[in-house]
Design a protein around this ligand. Structure first.
Ligand code: PHE
Length: 467
């Protein structure tokens, strides 16, 4: 595919929305509120904001810049700009994408399942499922695999339609809908009695809860939530033509992602503090509550305690499903474009081949929740105490591969990319040298990001787990 025939985003706005869609996902709606709750609220949020600004934002900029400058997806982009050896970083991203998509598709499938279940409850009346239902659902192999397949098929449909008719259009429809639902839910939540305590928890600065582990969790999540470190933003950036305001776009995407995460907390914390049983349950048993909170406790709460719950419950799961879909498209697009550029395949065939590869990983994850005992109990050395394929994939990606890919990408962008490329795409002054914002970005890419990420990796090697 040469430059002239390369597809283009319909506008800068639609690229911004697509990139924001990639970032805003289960990480914002589920993982962030959960880890913020777990680490004592406001002080953790502050640490996270520093991580997002100092590491996430420069890395997002670096990926878009590399894609835009090379006009190729990750593997070819690294090779084109830095020589063949660098394409290994692109391949690492492709591999990580397969892992992330494999487990993410399973969890995303739960959101579609919950959406359908809530629609049924909203129309026919809520019947609380028996306590053992969730465990049985997790251990039901055919259902888990079926849901995962459904989600992969949905994602493949968008990717097959292509950049303009698929990804661009999806972003323009889903992202405004997603933010509209978030705003509606926030307004509903802000009428609850638990608002003062919920919001106080979010801004309460208790630094005694911030230890080394908390900082590492914040750092690792900064990568995951922005979907950086796998090269998917390189693929997206390659459909930008000419001089775009990349720093501005990356800043907007980072801000939207952060706003979505904070809104999710502002929605969920007042709910928690409005229902004494929930607050007590969360205080006692955080491990169990992380998954079942989203898919068991929350629906129960919506229908039994929240005014207008029959509307809010299906809307909430529609929100989760939309957010998940716009986050699974980029990894599949990355794998697909790699097959297209490396193998000379056409888009539909490449997308189907990519979906096939991902399906293998997904099946292993889907069956590792109790359906197949050895897949559910398998452990590998690097995963520490984690058992089961899904947990291992999650651990490998969050703790090792995203930081590793991010480290290599920063070093590449900061040290290997010529100054003229930086000046051309991030802005230049009258003499043609990189502008002041571009120079500041470069300082972060060269020094701050490698130091921060290096610290994460060293900590992981020393045994800290923050998946
Ligand atoms: N950013 C996504 C989220 O927050 C997760 C993700 C990471 C998706 C990497 C794809 C690739 O949910």
């Amino acid at each position: 595919m040469d430059e002239a025939s390369r597809p283009r985003w319909t506008s800068r706005l639609s690229f911004t929305l697509a990139a924001a869609g990639s970032a805003v996902g289960l990480g914002n709606l589920w993982k962030f509120p959960y880890i913020t709750w777990d680490h004592g609220g406001g002080a953790f949020v502050l640490v996270y904001l520093v991580c997002i600004a100092a590491l996430g934002f420069p890395l997002m900029t670096a990926e878009i810049l590399i894609g835009c400058a090379a006009q190729r997806s990750a593997v070819d982009a690294f090779a084109r700009l830095g020589g063949r050896a660098w394409s290994a970083v692109g391949w690492l991203g492709v591999f990580t994408s397969v892992l992330v998509f494999s487990f993410y598709a399973v969890v995303a499938g739960w959101s579609v399942y919950s959406l359908v279940r809530c629609l049924r409850w909203s129309f026919r009346g809520y019947v609380a499922p028996p306590p053992e239902a969730f465990g049985a659902f997790m251990a039901n192999g055919p259902v888990q695999v079926g849901l995962g397949f459904g989600f992969i098929a949905l994602t493949a449909g968008v990717v097959i339609l292509g950049v303009r008719a698929g990804i661009d259009r999806m972003a323009r429809v889903l992202m405004p809908a997603l933010f509209a639902i978030l705003i509606y839910m926030l307004i509903t939540s802000l009428t609850l009695p638990g608002v003062p305590r919920g919001l106080a928890y979010l801004v309460h600065l208790d630094f005694s809860a911030i230890d080394r582990e908390a900082v590492l969790v914040a750092l690792g999540h900064a990568f995951f939530t922005l979907s950086v470190g796998i090269g998917a933003m390189i693929a997206y950036g390659s459909y930008l033509g000419g001089r775009e305001r990349i720093l501005g776009i990356a800043a907007t995407v980072t801000a939207l992602d952060t706003i979505a995460a904070l809104m999710a907390c502002a929605i969920l914390f007042p709910i928690i503090f409005s229902v004494p049983e929930l607050e007590a349950a969360l205080g006692d048993d955080r491990e169990v509550s992380s998954v079942s909170m989203l898919f068991v406790t929350l629906p129960d709460l919506f229908y039994r305690h929240l005014p207008g719950g029959i509307v809010v419950a299906p809307l909430f799961f529609a929100l989760v499903a939309f957010a998940a879909l716009s986050s699974t498209v980029p990894p599949l697009e990355l794998i697909t474009t790699t097959v297209m550029e490396r193998g000379g395949w056409r888009r539909p065939g490449a997308a189907l081949a990519a979906s096939g590869v991902v399906s293998v990983g997904m099946i292993a994850c889907a069956l590792s929740l109790g359906a197949v005992p050895w897949l559910s109990s398998v452990q590998v050395y690097v995963a520490g105490s984690k058992a089961g394929v899904l947990a291992i994939f999650d651990h490998l990606a969050a703790n090792w591969l995203l930081p590793l890919g991010g480290l290599a990408t920063c070093i590449f962008a900061g040290w290997v990319l010529p100054e003229s490329t930086v000046a051309e795409h991030l802005g230049s002054d009258e003499s043609g040298a990189p502008s002041r914002p571009a120079r500041i970005w470069r300082f972060f890419a060269r020094w701050v990001c490698p130091a921060g990420i290096g610290w994460i990796l060293i900590s992981v090697i020393r045994g800290t787990d923050f998946s």
